[in-house]
Design a protein around this ligand. Structure first.
Ligand code: ADP
Ligand code: MG
Length: 258
């Protein structure tokens, strides 16, 4: 161990080098590695640490309600989820092409899980991702406007992320003014960047959420669907199914409840 090396590593913020250089040096002597091979190993350790840190940072910045992955999604338990299409989406070509993904289906069928899983993949790819529920998004838009920083909010929070995930459209009906704000988000991102949306409502019912405004809803769907992958998930709630399997509840359940 060399105090001088450790001091230099601290100065240069090379924490993985500091951690590994001595062990790797012993190993290099034993295995008769060249200086260049040794240097490569030390630098690789630093690079691996940095990429792991930046991945964790991007996942943290995305503000996912919890971290879910595609590997954790049980397709056997979700026969109504189109596996091949979801796996293709996980390749993230849609983000590069600035296309949207819209996940539709009843409550508990894994829409949020899948939206997060796509977001986690994107963060791992090094993309800036932001997850927000439609209700929180509207609250933030209203707050930004009240505080006279609406344009700034649109630029930073809406246009900033490479992938914007808006969860739960349709759970909360929006008032006229809120619907207008939401429309601005869609208009702003149109052809600028990908949006992943989830909703328990089919498109025909979206109008209900947006203050019964048919013109606004169709103008919005027009933009969203122009370059979009619509994934319809069918089936029963995963949560309810698990509860049933464990005997917590029995018989038929009200599928509309959420
Ligand atoms: P939705 O957003 O459609 O209401 P969620 O994605 O919140 O449903 O799913 C509800 C819960 O069930 C979450 O904890 C989710 O991780 C889990 N879940 C849903 N479907 C599956 C599945 N097919 N495999 C594993 N977990 C699932
Ligand atoms: Mg959900």
């Amino acid at each position: 161990m060399s105090e001088k090396v450790e001091k230099l590593c601290a100065e240069l913020s090379l924490s993985a080098v500091a951690h590994h250089y001595a062990t790797l040096a012993d190993e290099a002597v034993k295995k008769k590695r060249s200086y260049i091979d040794y240097l490569e190993q030390v630098l690789s350790a630093e690079a691996a640490l940095r990429s792991e840190r930046s991945r964790q940072m991007l996942i943290r910045l995305a503000t996912f309600p919890s971290v879910k992955t595609l590997e954790q999604f049980d397709f056997e338990a979700a026969p109504g989820a189109p596996k091949a299409r979801l796996q293709e989406l996980a390749g993230l070509a849609f983000v590069e092409r600035r296309e949207n993904v819209i996940l539709l289906g009843p409550s508990g069928t894994g829409k949020t899980h899948l939206a997060i899983a796509l977001g986690v993949r994107a963060a791992e790819r090094g993309y800036k991702v932001r997850f927000i529920t439609a209700a929180d998004l509207v609250l933030q838009l209203e707050k930004a406007r009240r505080e006279g920083r609406f344009e700034q909010y649109l630029r930073r929070a809406i246009l900033g992320p490479r992938l914007l995930i808006v969860d739960e459209i349709g759970y909360l009906p929006l008032k006229k003014d809120q619907s207008d704000l939401f429309f601005q988000v869609v208009a702003k991102r149109y052809e600028q960047g990908s949006v992943v949306l989830t909703s328990n409502l089919s498109f025909g019912d979206w109008e209900q959420t947006f203050d019964g405004n048919a013109a606004l809803t169709s103008a919005m769907l027009d933009r969203l669907l122009h370059h979009a992958h619509v994934i319809q998930i069918r089936g029963d709630s995963y949560r309810l199914r698990q509860a049933r399997q464990s005997g917590l509840i029995g018989g038929t359940v009200n599928r509309e409840a959420h």
